[in-house]
Design a protein around this ligand. Structure first.
Ligand SMILES: *Cc1c(COP(=O)(O)O)cnc(C)c1O
Length: 236
């Protein structure tokens, strides 16, 4: 069994165990395999083990993989920061976009989404730990942004996404995730279709699942430590 296959099995088991401990159904939680910096062959290996959702951060790199894996039935998620002049690439090539943090980006994605494709699924990124360096709107801005974005035609607002401040204290992580869950519950009063909370990574997925995450974004625990961005292709 390849290490990717073994790792996937472990991560799936971890999700299932944590779901049970949190009184949740494990099928409420989608595993998004974060494949940035990974060669297309690694994604293909994961696909052969039944993995269908992949998350990418860098546009050029992701386009090459989307092309070379076009024979597979993959659901592509964009999870990186996006400049507004690059929205077309996401609108034309992805199924999900997790990092919308202002109206202008959402407007452009809606206008540029090709008509023959289903609406682009969108999450609003929230800067839940109020970090200066982080993208994401403030928790106070979420409601207005959700009202505006939900009126756009070719996108489907699905929920919220966050990358809480890194912390070695699981309690601190758990609190950030619980804040996200409360934000989602508030929003659901006026937007009941917001069924998604994209939160939790390799190091904090248990806390995220306990708090109500519906998409965990997991890279390292599936593919191993990331190589430097310009990696030789013979390291797998
Ligand atoms: C890289 C990345 C991840 C995955 O992180 P791991 O610690 O490798 O699991 C998740 N979310 C985002 C937005 C990322 O950029």
């Amino acid at each position: 069994m390849s290490s990717i296959a073994k790792n996937l099995e472990k991560v799936r088991q971890q999700i299932a165990d944590t779901a049970v401990q949190s009184n949740r159904q494990s099928n409420e939680i989608t595993l998004l395999a974060v494949s940035k910096t990974r060669p297309a062959d690694d994604l293909r290996s994961a696909y052969e083990e039944g993995q269908r959702h992949f998350g990418e951060n860098y546009l050029q790199e992701s386009l090459e993989k989307i092309q070379s894996l076009s024979d597979l039935d993959i659901c592509w998620h964009f999870i990186g920061p996006l400049q507004s002049n690059k929205t077309r690439t996401v609108a034309e090539n992805f199924d999900w976009m997790h990092t919308v943090d202002r109206l202008k980006i959402a407007q452009r994605l809606s206008a540029q989404r090709p008509e023959q494709l289903a609406p682009l699924n969108i999450c609003i990124q929230v800067n839940i730990s109020n970090e200066d360096s982080k993208s994401g709107c403030s928790p106070e801005q979420v409601a207005e942004l959700a009202d505006q974005i939900s009126q756009l035609p070719n996108i489907s607002l699905r929920g919220l996404m966050a990358i809480p401040k890194a912390s070695s204290d699981p309690k601190e992580q758990a609190e950030a995730f619980q804040k996200m869950r409360l934000l989602q519950l508030e929003l659901q009063q006026s937007h009941p279709q917001l069924d998604t909370l994209s939160m939790g990574m390799s190091g904090d997925m248990n806390e995220a699942i306990s708090a109500g995450s519906t998409i965990v974004r997991v890279g390292t625990a599936i593919f191993g430590p990331r190589p430097p961005k310009i990696a030789s292709s013979d390291n797998h």
